[in-house]
Design a protein around this ligand. Structure first.
Ligand SMILES: Nc1ncnc2c1ncn2[C@@H]1O[C@H](COP(=O)(O)OP(=O)(O)OP(=O)(O)O)[C@@H](O)[C@H]1O
Ligand SMILES: [Mg+2]
Length: 344
């Protein structure tokens, strides 16, 4: 039944971005000066998980490239590339296309990008709240002609730990806020995905509407549920997804998405997850104490609170409740903590 599995992959950039016209316009407007040879306006995209932030940023750059064919552009995922050096290396690879010696200093990397950058360019800084060495934001500011689209879940997480010098540079950036999708939009996104990726007649409107209802405005979960449903139906030799499989498909897709998120956790987030897997329902002080035992290079409680704990919440791995003046943390669906401990 699955004719083209690639359309269900997370990095598949759909040809049509459904229901985000305003967001698309705001980002393309910010980038528009590049068409006339000027530096674009920096902008931030904020919002919960699975609401199309990365997709809109990439689609806006795709549109720009239709106007300016050779516009220098880069994509950095700051969850993976969280040091100043890693960001600058990725930037140099994408923008310039030429390798710089592995031993090049950050100063040398900046010079190289500045020197070789051919006209105004743009970099997507995805998961920018996960940057460890935020001074790189200042470096980017110093590169003539370079602008960025920064993506994060919440504004407060981003500004929690920044140097004043950096804050003053980035606080003027334009902000675009995303909220969760309505069920009708998710249904439309799924209809298009099904048309591209599944055989004809594989789904009916009611099946898609049920997936939309159960995935609560998160397009990633909904698309994963469609793929899992198609797989389950194929296994039974069916050519369409029957309604009776939908709830299981949604539950299993949720586990798949969670598993993928867990595999992306950095050592600090993983240590927190592990602590909660051992003992659920810890208050912040207890959790921090346990984390310090697990991790051999622990960060401060303040940093943990500003940076790592919110990430676990946003990706629906951890639930937080107030408990007589203190926050209490639990794993979401703690009955199956899928953990592959790789301690720091
Ligand atoms: N408006 C849309 N039209 C079509 N597909 C979409 C749309 N929004 C999201 N998607 C699809 O949903 C999935 C999740 O979207 P995306 O990765 O952009 O979410 P996000 O907001 O960046 O989430 P996160 O904060 O978890 O990174 C992707 O596979 C994307 O292709
Ligand atoms: Mg994203």
């Amino acid at each position: 039944m699955i004719r083209d599995g690639t359309v269900f992959e997370d990095d598949h950039l759909p040809s049509v971005i459904v229901g985000r016209n305003r967001h698309m316009n705001e980002v393309t407007d910010a980038l528009a000066p590049i068409e006339d040879g000027f530096r674009a306006e920096n902008c931030f995209l904020f919002g919960p998980s699975g609401v199309g932030k990365t997709t809109v940023a990439r689609a806006a750059v795709r549109e720009l490239r239709q106007e300016v064919l050779d516009v220098p552009h880069a994509y950095v995922n700051c969850w993976q590339d969280y040091t100043r050096k890693a960001v600058l290396e990725q930037l140099s690879r994408d923008l310039i296309g030429s390798a710089v010696s592995r031993s090049a200093s950050t100063g040398r990397l900046i010079e190289h990008v500045q020197h070789e950058l051919n006209g105004p360019g743009v970099v997507i800084l995805d998961e920018v709240d996960q940057l460890r060495e935020t001074e790189v934001l200042y470096d980017l500011h110093e590169i003539r002609g370079l602008s960025w689209i920064g993506i994060a879940n919440r504004e407060v997480d981003l500004f929690a730990d920044l140097d004043d010098r950096i804050t003053s540079r980035i606080s003027v950036a334009y902000r675009v806020r995303f909220d969760s999708y309505r069920e009708g939009t998710i249904t439309e996104i799924l209809t298009r995905r099904a048309r591209e990726g599944l055989g004809p007649g594989a789904v009916d409107e009611n099946v898609l509407a049920r997936i939309a209802r159960l995935t609560k405005g998160d397009a990633r979960r909904a698309i994963a549920a469609l793929r899992v449903g198609a797989r389950m139906a194929s296994r039974e030799g069916l050519s369409a997804i029957p309604m009776r499989l939908v709830d299981d498909a949604v539950a299993s897709a949720k586990r798949e998405v969670r598993q993928k998120t867990i595999s992306k956790l950095n050592t600090h987030q993983r240590a927190l997850y592990e602590a909660l897997a051992e003992e659920d329902g810890l208050i912040q002080k207890e959790l921090y104490a346990r984390y310090r035992e697990i991790h051999d290079d622990p960060v401060t409680l303040r940093y943990l609170r500003a940076n790592h704990l919110p990430k676990l919440e946003h990706y629906n791995l951890v639930d937080v409740e107030q408990h007589s003046g203190s926050k209490r943390y639990r794993l979401v669906d703690a009955d199956h903590p899928e953990l592959h401990p790789e301690r720091a």
